[in-house]
Design a protein around this ligand. Sequence first.
Ligand code: IMP
Length: 202
Amino acid sequence: MEQEKIIFATGNQDKMKEIREIMSDIGDRIFSLKEAGIEADIEENGATFEENAIIKARAICRLTGQIVLADDSGLEVDYMNKAPGVYSARYLGEDTSYSIKNQTIIKNLENAKGDERSARFVCVIAAAFPDGRIITARGEIEGLIAHEEKGDNGFGYDPIFYVPDYNMTTAQMDSEQKNNISHRGKALRLMKEKLKYEGIDC
Ligand code: IMP
């Protein structure tokens, strides 16, 4: 059973909290880039969530010689041909506020009715091993683009992501509720299972 350090290639402390909650058995062996003292600016120039997650995980793995996990996530709006997709953070410009991004999506969908408003959050986590092995895990959550922003929790596109089964947006859920059903929660739990097959106990 391997007991080595695992790096999660993110600078986002909210993500780290969620990752430690879900991978509780290895929580104390898992380090963010900052915690591991690594400074790296990796260009996410892949065309898919998988490509971007692998690019990040592989680059940090080569740099450190450690097992590295990395994720890439985003929102796919079917009525917008699955945009913003891998460009979710950069949509309308990295510095544009999410209220403008969200209002623009609502406006783009002003003629879309019912199921035409379908959308999903996608998260792909990649694990890169020093021996070159790569494994990936994908999680998705289906929803509809709301007609107006609702809720103050979460971040990004949460206020316009309506989940019919819960009759609320992901911004109206508390973090535990969201983690249970979210794309990131699903991808993390799947990765945890896949890591077990690779002999990593988590
Ligand atoms: P990244 O994976 O940190 O690059 O995030 C990609 C972008 O997708 C974020 O900046 C958000 O715009 C969006 N996104 C990903 N996951 C979520 C979520 O759970 N809620 C709201 N927006 C999200």
